[in-house]
Design a protein around this ligand. Structure first.
Ligand code: SAH
Length: 266
């Protein structure tokens, strides 16, 4: 990405409240970039502008751009949706409008940047997918609204559909932010403590062990004694055991997958 003026409908977002053209920060070429096609560009960066992801955005460890779908709408009112063919409730995002937005959002994008439509019909998002995305050059995301997207645009651009879970949101923006957050925190330098991403939930096919901090006793509940023992081997063994107990009880699906992969012998 460069400092040259962006084409119609493209806008870069920074966590800083300072207007974009006054920031004077050269955009880093080759940095991991998320490009979001949305009817609500003002929803970004949203929570991604806070805390560790926000600082990393400001520091240029990753980049965020939006394409406003409305800019590619039809006619004086820039219509982006129409009634479903065959009848039924709600409105559907038009293939031609979304097609133009996709062309604009992906122009000049590095090859290998996946194109994903956030959709309840998609493959459920996982930590493994976040890791894959973090290893790549970035991602182009399409946020749906209303009843969703005309099927032909999904087929034409071979768009991958990814779901946040088995529930229905009003729009794809929150799902896009969740996906971006999960990927960005895995980028080198974002968390500042790489070990924390290696030990946390799902990294080893287990949920994370319980965590405790001060005070040593709260409401009559002490911190488990082993954690105050200073015996690091014993602490590691206790945590591992707790992670297994939790995973078996709460997520029998994860536990079974893990057994099947041959980790059951531990
Ligand atoms: N009629 C659609 C739902 C549309 S919800 C259906 O039944 O499948 C409107 C938009 O919200 C979708 O286009 C999608 O972008 C987003 N969305 C809703 N639920 C989602 C989920 N679980 N995961 C990811 N995106 C979701």
């Amino acid at each position: 990405m460069s400092d040259t003026p962006r084409s119609h409908g493209r806008k870069s977002i920074s966590a800083s409240p300072v207007p974009r053209d006054l920031m004077g920060q050269p955009r880093l070429a080759g940095v991991w970039a998320a490009h979001v096609i949305t009817l609500f560009p003002e929803a970004f960066p949203g929570p991604l502008g806070q805390s560790l992801t926000g600082r990393a955005l400001k520091d240029g460890l990753w980049a965020l751009e939006t394409t406003h779908l409305r800019d590619f709408g039809e006619g004086r009112h820039r219509n982006v949706d129409d009634t479903p063919a065959g009848g039924g409730a709600g409105m559907v995002l038009r293939a031609d409008v979304m097609g133009r937005a996709i062309e604009a959002a992906t122009a000049g994008a590095p090859s290998g940047r996946p194109l994903i439509y956030l959709s309840p019909r998609g493959t459920p998002f996982t930590q493994a997918m976040a890791q894959d995305l973090a290893r790549g050059p970035g991602v182009t995301l399409i946020c749906g609204r209303f009843e969703g997207l005309d099927e032909r645009v999904i087929e034409h651009y071979r768009i991958a559909e990814v779901s946040l879970g088995d529930f229905v949101l009003t729009g794809g923006e929150i799902a896009a932010q969740a996906l971006i957050d999960a990927a960005v925190r895995l980028l080198p330098g974002v968390l500042g403590n790489a070990a924390s991403t290696e030990e946390e939930s799902f990294a080893s096919g287990l949920l994370e062990h319980p965590q405790y901090t001060r005070p040593a006793t709260w409401n009559g509940r002490p911190i488990p004694e082993v954690l105050l023992s200073g015996d690091h081997a014993k602490i590691a063994a206790w945590r591992r055991e707790q992670a297994k107990v939790l995973t078996r009880a709460r997520r029998p699906d994860l536990w079974r997958d893990r057994q099947a992969r041959g980790n059951g012998g531990e």
